[in-house]
Design a protein around this ligand. Structure first.
Ligand code: B12
Ligand code: SF4
Length: 513
């Protein structure tokens, strides 16, 4: 048993972090205007500082689809390029100067997005902003952009480019998420650098979620996102076309409609590939679904347990099974060879100083292969933000620290500093040699791959920036992924022949974001 005071026995030393992971590349303001190339659009994912407590590996697991999804609607007579500042290749290109710069904006990198936008606009490019922060704080974003895309970029991007060509650009474009999702083209993955990620196959089959937790961005005021699904065959075709062994579903909750997930699994099964996805724990209500997921190649799930307190979950309006039943449900996933990356939110109103030790203990007892922690963060325009603001508990609006690694509100039963200390402690505990070992798979043959993946993911922060800079992410990860796929294909053949779950295959590839 972990003593409940352990997280607070001594200050947690600050972890070493390379400069590239904390500081965006400099922009040269004396740079003269370059030749502006008409019908050239540059799409940018801006830099954000990384949290030294968590794995740097997660940032190169799989790319965001924010830019590739609407890039697919770019007319053929336009050139379109992609630049992700987090891949450590320096600042985005400017020679030739793009006619249009499209930037995705989240609150944690809003400041960087504004810097980039101001720089490109001063040199003649038209800057278009889209993304979550544009939706929640349009008035803050507006002065830095020529136009805002509020909502679904897939519908808006071709209109915006048409208006730019006709010189009739409007300051705001709005689209909801209520159209038929099957009509969206597949994301344009060909613009992504293939060596820079564990896999370029980020798939998204559905948008929305049957829940509306008060802290989730899906509860943002003005965001209407009914649950929409693509046809399973569309998703299988995308997976096949990208020619990677492993895909990460970035859906908010792939398990929201169980009938849909059954049919999706049937479409993925013949591919003989592996994948992971975020689902809610209630998928385990239907054991036949878990079996079908395993048969279709699911090696891992990312589950937002959020909290081990039923009171916290009720306050957040999360419809979820009782926490006392979580352990049985985790076992069910493990029995089918599906590893569990648990996501936990720290700092809810019923959390006290002992909740860090209790959470760590539960994770170790139940052998969760991976765990991700988030300090409760009231995102602007969500019910949680409104509630905290009404109670006078918001400490500041420095969005860069709204990254779930900082306490930005006054917790109820501890100080903000104690919350941050508990957060740092729990990561340190779960990334320690002893904790990794305690959570090893029960099957002996699965241990070497588990250890290789755990050490690469959780204990290699000293090296990640080098792997990223030298384009080694995919080459280093690939053998582990291929081995996992190979073992999984054999595992599912055995599983298909039996009624009951069979042992565990190598549970290697980490699912979560
Ligand atoms: C993939 C992903 C990641 C990846 C890549 C992130 C990156 N920026 O490179 C990784 C794993 C690295 C990651 C890390 C983190 N993430 Co993340 N991540 C996601 C995830 C699962 C998918 C994003 C995505 O591709 N969505 C699908 C696209 C198609 O939707 P979209 O982004 O809304 O884009 C559409 C529109 O907004 C619009 N659009 C967007 N940009 C633009 C730009 C233009 C010009 C136009 C015209 C339109 C447009 O068009 C698109 C098509 O409709 C989302 C959850 C989700 N399912 O969306 C969380 C999410 C974005 N992440 C989140 C968080 C909190 C983080 C972390 C801070 C967590 C952590 N503590 O480590 C980190 C750090 C990132 C940071 N500092 O911002 C939160 C953000 C909450 C908020 N309000 O800001 C989300 C929403 C998860 C959640 N449920 O809370 N993440
Ligand atoms: S279950 Fe997850 S994705 Fe769905 S509303 Fe809650 S936090 Fe958001």
């Amino acid at each position: 048993m972990i003593p409940s005071g352990e997280p607070f026995l001594r200050p947690i030393p600050k972890r070493w972090i390379p400069r590239e992971m904390t500081t965006a590349p400099a922009l040269d303001h004396s740079e003269p205007r370059e030749f502006l190339q008409r019908r050239y659009a540059l799409l940018i994912n801006p830099f954000y500082p990384k949290d030294a407590n968590a794995s740097f590996g997660k940032h190169v697991l799989t790319p965001t689809l924010a830019l590739t999804s609407f890039a697919a609607t770019t007319p053929a007579h336009w050139r379109v390029d992609y630049w992700d500042e987090n891949l450590l290749d320096g600042r985005p290109p400017y020679n030739p100067m793009p006619q249009v710069v499209g930037i995705t904006v989240h609150l944690t990198f809003a400041k960087r997005a504004y810097e980039l936008a101001d720089w490109y606009r001063a040199r003649g490019a038209k800057v278009i902003f889209g993304g979550l922060h544009v939706l929640s704080c349009p008035d803050e974003c507006a002065p830095h952009a020529d136009a805002l895309a509020i909502g679904d970029g897939v519908q808006l991007w071709p209109r915006i480019l048409r208006d730019i060509e006709a010189n009739t650009l409007l300051p705001r474009y709005v689209a909801t998420y209520e159209n038929d999702y099957c009509d969206d083209p597949p994301p344009r993955r060909s613009i992504l650098p293939r060596h820079s990620f564990l896999t370029t196959t980020s798939l998204i089959a559905t948008r929305g979620c049957h829940n509306r937790c008060g802290f989730c961005y899906l509860a943002t005021d003005g965001l209407r996102m009914p649950y929409r699904m693509k046809r399973p065959e569309q998703i299988a075709a995308e997976f096949q076309a990208d020619d990677q062994p492993y895909a990460v579903f970035i859906d908010n909750n792939l398990g929201s409609r169980r009938d849909y997930l059954h049919t999706l699994c049937a479409a993925l099964r013949p591919l003989n590939k592996i994948w992971s996805a975020a689902v809610t724990i209630d998928v385990t209500d239907d054991p036949s679904l878990i079996r079908n997921m395993a048969l279709a190649g699911c090696t891992g799930v990312f589950i937002g347990f959020e909290s081990l307190s039923d009171d916290n979950l009720a306050d957040a309006h999360k419809k979820t099974p009782k926490t006392a039943d979580y352990a049985r449900r985790v076992r069910m996933l493990h029995d089918y060879g599906i590893q569990v990356n648990g996501s936990f939110v720290l700092g809810f109103d019923h959390d006290r100083k002992d909740s860090f030790a209790r959470t760590a203990e539960w994770i170790e007892e139940n052998r969760l292969e991976c765990a991700t922690f988030h300090i409760l963060t009231p995102y602007p325009a969500t019910p949680l933000f409104q509630q905290m603001e009404a109670q006078g508990r918001i400490l500041h609006r420095d969005w860069i620290r709204y990254d779930t690694g900082h306490a930005v509100f006054q917790p109820k039963h501890m100080s903000p500093e104690e919350l941050e200390q508990g957060y740092a402690w729990i990561y340190q505990r779960l990334f320690s040699h002893s904790s990794i070992w305690r959570r090893r798979p029960q099957q002996l043959q699965a241990i070497p791959l588990y250890l290789a993946m755990s050490y690469l993911y959780k204990r290699s922060n000293r090296f990640w920036h080098l792997l990223i800079k030298h384009d080694l992410v995919n080459p280093v990860w690939k053998p582990l992924v291929e081995m996992t796929r190979w073992r999984h294909v054999h595992y599912r053949r055995r599983l298909a022949q039996r009624e009951m779950p069979v042992g565990s295959p190598g549970q290697v590839v980490s699912a979560g974001v």
